[in-house]
Design a protein. Sequence first.
Length: 203
Amino acid sequence: MRDPVLDGYAAAASDLTDRFERISSQDLFAPVVDFLPRSASRVLDVGAGTGRDAAWFAARGHAVVAVEPVEPLRAAGRRLHPHPRITWQDATLPALADFKAEPFDLIVVVAVWHHLRRTDRGQALRRLAEVLKPNGRLIISIREGASAPDRVGYSADVSQTVAMAHEAGMAVVHKATTPSVQTQNKDADVAWTWLVLEASAPL
Ligand SMILES: C[S@@+](CC[C@H](N)C(=O)[O-])C[C@H]1O[C@@H](n2cnc3c(N)ncnc32)[C@H](O)[C@@H]1O
């Protein structure tokens, strides 16, 4: 079945590639930098786009699996970031069907959450919790403000996401809201709330 979100990204892939690559991963992850692994770790980047952040993590010694369902974005990522520590996979939230990998120390879901329907977000969190190591962290950025007019987005409520994360066995260890790092989005009052989630301690 065709997905309007993924079709939108496929149609805009060549324009978006430059735009994605202009963003500094260092600036982007500043709100959660204290929660990133300091030693070589296994990192999963879901909705990796052109692999800008996958490459940033790989350059820091991490082994990265970049999951991206849109073929032209995966192709751009392979071409722009041919790093031996990055493996690309084609999979889609919420199911991540046919996705096989050892568990991860860190999962990042950057600028993807508003593309999932509310009814899919609980399943997505449960699936992500399954592929996270027991002491691992899941970092999600949640868009606040209007979606891009030419790509489908659904409003994403932070408190609902937190409640769903609790149901999936995870707790919030850090939350921060920052303006967009992209001038165009910042001017349109787009902000991002970053959640750092960890598996809840057993009672
Ligand atoms: C705004 S882009 C962000 C890309 C990248 N994370 C970045 O920050 O540059 C959203 C990405 O999510 C991907 N995406 C959309 N829906 C998805 C889904 N259901 N599962 C996985 N990825 C999805 C799109 O293909 C696109 O690459």
